[in-house]
Ligand binder design. Structure first.
Ligand code: SAM
Length: 224
């Protein structure tokens, strides 16, 4: 569900985010090892910044953006703590990236900036709301180079769990004009059980490290 920045700020300020796990998502680590990430990279809805930190450490030119100032403050502190102070974060709305000349080119669309987008658990936030979801897809189209790749790691509705869970069909149907959905495969998304999700997570097995692995989709989508 689309939420204002204040909602997300509170989650970071109170340390109740079930997605803040102190490490990058294993599915994104594997994606990088498989060679799925190339060129200039955008990490929209970067949250605690783990993926921007990981990719910066590995030598990628990557930008993490989040609409929540508290998330960006958290990510910057996290990067400094992990010894990667050059990791670049900024506050920005992922629904309006095309308005940014440095992302979309000037005039907009003339020179999109990014070769790869790594969306970890942002797309599903817009879940069943048609307009924000369509705006997000348009926004990605504006900043992604022709031939570039968008990877979407999103919670899946095939198992009970917590958070906004979506179908693979929703991913396929959302990226139509100007995109080719090349692959949507089952994956896992690692989380932790915090108070706001405790009830929905009661049936989940918590690992020794305090994590739960939730059903997810990993989609690879090519910008035409
Ligand atoms: C479920 S969290 C995922 C965080 C991170 N990518 C991860 O996997 O750990 C979603 C993040 O998207 C951010 N967000 C929500 N709506 C956004 C928007 N319109 N533009 C940018 N960021 C947004 C939230 O502040 C939050 O940090």
């Amino acid at each position: 569900m689309t939420r204002p920045a204040d909602f997300w700020n509170t989650v970071y300020d109170n340390d109740t985010a079930p997605w803040v796990i102190g490490e990058p998502q294993p599915a994104i680590v594997a994606l990088e090892r498989e060679g799925g990430i190339t060129g200039r990279v955008l990490d929209p809805g970067c949250g605690a910044g783990e993926h921007t930190i990981l990719l910066t450490r590995l030598g990628y030119d990557v930008r993490g953006i989040d609409m929540s100032p508290s998330a960006v403050a958290y990510a910057r502190a996290n990067a400094a703590e992990q010894g990667v102070p050059s990791a670049a974060f900024e506050v920005a709305d992922a629904l309006a990236l095309g308005d940014r000349p440095e992302f979309a080119g000037d005039p907009p669309g003339s020179a999109p900036a990014f070769d790869t987008v790594v969306d970890s658990a942002l797309f599903h936030v817009f879940g069943t709301e048609d307009e924000p979801r369509a705006a997000y897809v348009r926004s990605l189209h504006a900043i992604c180079k022709p031939g570039g790749t968008v990877h979407v790691l999103a919670l899946s509705d095939v198992e009970p769990g917590f958070g906004p869970r979506i179908s693979d069909t929703l991913i396929r149907e959302s990226f139509h004009d100007g995109w080719t959905v090349e692959d949507v495969r089952p994956a896992r998304y690692r989380g932790r059980v915090t108070d706001p999700v405790a009830q929905d997570a009661a049936h989940l097995e918590v690992s020794a490290s305090g994590h739960v692995d939730l059903a997810a989709w990993l989609a690879r989508i090519r910008r035409r």
